[in-house]
Design a binder for this molecule. Structure first.
Ligand code: PMP
Length: 392
């Protein structure tokens, strides 16, 4: 059997292309943060994770440019060998301080952080316990480990207890959840999850890719609930609020030391370039100096949620600037995406299997730098499209 047979027979994407509603891999000619240019047309970006709008902040850009001038464009090697700069260690200290943990460790992406951290911690006799809405990188990190994987329905702490109860006492246990869930924009129920974890001697890791810079005054979901000390490991990415590329895991020194010497995605992959590290340092400084950005992105999120709900859209349980518009059908999701696109609003369509059937949605997300005029335009386009396609 030819290994490529499945490739030739794969028609899903081509069928959507033929209908003229293919929404992926769209090459942008310009990206100014809140506005992008596609095919000569200017659009409002409501599908980015640039929550604080820092990718175009003059101080962040300047820091990256200066780092290229000083260090060149690449570290050409792993942190483990030739690829560690003093700058990486400076970022690790800043991050540890920012999230209130003893130490932090930088990986080259958030995906690699989850792959490396979870697989390093989960040995043959251990169990990793995941929320069913956890990000793919958490699932893949768990699959790379040699232990057992258990899952519980989204934020269902009673079910989590049943899972924990069923695990023999001599097994190590790690619960991994998103802090802010990437599709739903809702929060992990840490106030109930943490006591349950303690009761059954389980450790807790929170992926705060979408919480950092957004909730807890920008310090993330654990801070939001005043539970920094109760969450054992805080993970996040640099590719969202921190306006760069990379990821980190933060926790107690001995745990970080172990991960540093056993995580294969860290040891066998090149470190982030100096420009990315310098951008993170500058972004953290801006977040400290300009807390009003965190306030602003949350105000915008609230306005969008209130207005879309009032129009009759189903926005699920979002409490953050990630606002899903649940459409509930693949084709209608693509058609509504296209109608918004043609009216100058860029959002992300999410269909099955990324979400379960009936939950297909338009993922919209907002930036501190969106103007009131842009938000008004987005809302009026949503109303127009919602009516035209009989969604509201
Ligand atoms: N975790 C979550 C919850 C994410 O949403 C993402 C990225 N979308 C990642 C991890 C991976 O981060 P990165 O883009 O840095 O690989």
């Amino acid at each position: 059997m030819d290994i490529f047979k499945k490739c030739r027979e794969y028609t899903d994407a081509k069928e959507v292309m033929e209908k003229g509603i293919y929404p992926y891999f769209l090459p942008l000619a310009e990206n100014e943060g809140t506005e992008v240019v596609y095919n000569g047309k200017r659009m409002i970006m409501c599908g980015s994770n640039n929550y604080l709008g820092l990718t175009t902040h003059p101080k962040v850009k300047e820091a990256a440019i200066k780092a290229v001038e000083r260090f060149g464009t690449s570290c050409t090697g792993s942190r483990f060998l030739n690829g560690t700069l003093e700058l990486h260690e400076q970022v690790e200290k800043e991050i540890a301080d920012f999230v209130g943990k003893e130490e932090a460790l930088i990986f080259s992406t958030g995906m690699q952080t989850n792959l490396g951290t979870i697989s390093a911690l989960i040995s043959r006799d251990d169990v990793v316990i995941l929320d069913k809405e956890d990000h793919a990188s958490i699932v893949d990190g768990a699959r790379l480990g040699y232990g057992k994987i258990e899952r519980f329905p989204h934020n269902d702490i009673e079910h989590l207890e049943r899972v924990l109860k069923s695990i023999p006492e001599d097994r190590g246990r790690l619960i991994v959840v998103d802090g802010v869930f990437s599709m739903g924009g809702d929060l992990a129920d840490l106030p109930h999850l943490i006591p349950m974890a303690r009761k059954y001697d389980a450790r807790v890791m929170v992926d705060d890719a979408h919480g950092m810079g957004v909730v807890g005054g920008g310090r993330g979901t654990a801070r939001e609930f005043g539970m920094d000390n109760d969450v054992d490991l805080i993970m996040s990415t640099f590719s969202k609020s921190f306006a760069s590329l990379g990821g980190f895991i933060a926790g107690n020194s001995d745990i970080i030391h172990y991960i540093k010497h056993t995580a294969r995605s860290l040891i066998f992959s090149a470190s982030i370039p100096a420009s990315n590290a310098a951008a993170v340092l500058a972004a953290i400084q801006v977040i400290r100096d300009e807390p009003e950005r965190v306030t602003r992105v949350n105000i915008i999120g609230e306005t969008i949620r209130t207005e879309l709900r009032a129009m009759g859209f189903n926005i699920g349980n979002s409490v953050t600037p990630i606002v899903p518009v649940i459409i509930g059908d693949d084709e209608l999701t693509f058609r509504s995406w296209k109608a918004l696109f043609e009216n100058g609003v860029f959002v992300n369509p999410v269909v099955s299997p990324a979400v379960s059937a009936g939950q297909q949605l338009l993922r919209t997300s907002y930036m501190a730098t969106h103007t009131d005029e842009q938000i008004d335009k987005v809302l009026s386009v949503f109303q127009k499209v919602g009516k035209e396609l009989a969604i509201i």
